[in-house]
Design a protein around this ligand. Sequence first.
Ligand SMILES: Nc1nc2c(ncn2[C@@H]2O[C@H](COP(=O)(O)OP(=O)(O)OP(=O)(O)O)[C@@H](O)[C@H]2O)c(=O)[nH]1
Length: 446
Amino acid sequence: MSEILSISIGNTGTKIGLDFWELLCLEENIDPCGKFNSLHQNWKFGYHKFFNEVSSQTYTPRALFIDTDPNIFSIVNTKNLFNPAYTISGIKSLNGNFAKGISSKYYNNESITLIDASLENLRKLAENSNSFEGFMITHSVAGGTGSSLTSILLEKLSEEYPKKIKSTISVMPSENNNEYLESYNVMHCMNSLIENADITFSYDNNALKDICKRTFRTENIGFDNYNRLIAHAMSSITCCIRNDGCLNESLNANLNNHISYSPMHFLITSQFPLWPPEKTCLPPEYSDYDITFEVFNSDYFMIKCDITFQKLMQTSLLYRGNCIPRNISLALNNVKFDMKIEFVEWYSRGIMCGIDHDIPEIFPKSELVKITKHAFLCFNSCAISDMFIKLLSEFDISYANKICLDRIHQEGFDDEVLINDRERVKMLLEDYGEAAKEYQYDESEV
Ligand SMILES: Nc1nc2c(ncn2[C@@H]2O[C@H](COP(=O)(O)OP(=O)(O)OP(=O)(O)O)[C@@H](O)[C@H]2O)c(=O)[nH]1
């Protein structure tokens, strides 16, 4: 049994974590109080990897919640599912400033206490597992807490658990946000993800916004919708891990199947269909070809990027629900041709494919109609360069105009920390360019 320990950090990380656990409970037949419903027809044993048995037929998530802001825990602790001992909070939010979280003033008093308590609790979670495989961290790279505490914790985890896989579900900020300090948070956190994380599933609020608009056909959407999209993606990422499935059946398999050079571990995901827009209409009948075609459409990528002129590297495609292998094989051949999907020269395995026949769950109060199948695509590609270029460009604008630099200086840092972070991200961008061969990094783009 290779268990996974989930860690939710900061406001965004916690909200996504809660949505993920809600969905997981539905998929694993565990009620909101942790009671396992063994009468349900389709139960499997996957829940053991994510839940710990506390008494007969009663389970609690292997989950830790950490935030500098104590308010979020009033939400976590209203849920009977979680053990309150595994929610760790500080006194006050970092107010969107990573430098505060890593500054010696704060670090010696607050962060270190939070991190020590987190490590202690992770040790307990690890003791309650047979041989845990790794960690899955949800956070926003733009938040003060989501960037700084994640960076510190990742470094500590690398020291204490060098062989365990550190995977992250990392949310990138929206474009054109006015929080200029965020671009420094992002750069700091990206540097740390490059150095200390093994797999990063990247989600971009801007891409999620467009997907939601298209799916719900309304402008009235917000973070709750984005978080649910991410939770759905996490359900697909963990689907085969939970069910010893056909593809990416462990974090380690995810690593081996998607990453060949460890810093280049920023993966892009997409899913189609999400769900029909209105409860009143019947779910449209998508063919296996439709879902295969659309899942490669960059409109559904959860990161803003385009693969039209970019080649793919490691790529896996999981079908969930009533899909027929023969149809999928035909659909894939056609889609590869119709969409001119190409791979980098050094990658010869093509698209790795699997089917999990269980129909995916949806959030109960979401007014959505259940669909009978969907495809979930996960791939590594030089197209992720679009994301790095955008993040570097936002950083450069803030830095050139000295926006909010005083807030970094006040915490005892000079500009060197920012320059180093930027340098590391730029190096990775160049690595992706090298891998694509055709793609050349152009400083004027940033
Ligand atoms: N996807 C998503 N993004 C969010 C959500 N809430 C805030 N954000 C974005 O995340 C960034 C702020 O991160 P937060 O998680 O709120 O902050 P934090 O990590 O708790 O850090 P501090 O509050 O600064 O201590 C901004 O870019 C927001 O636009 C959410 O619920 N979902």
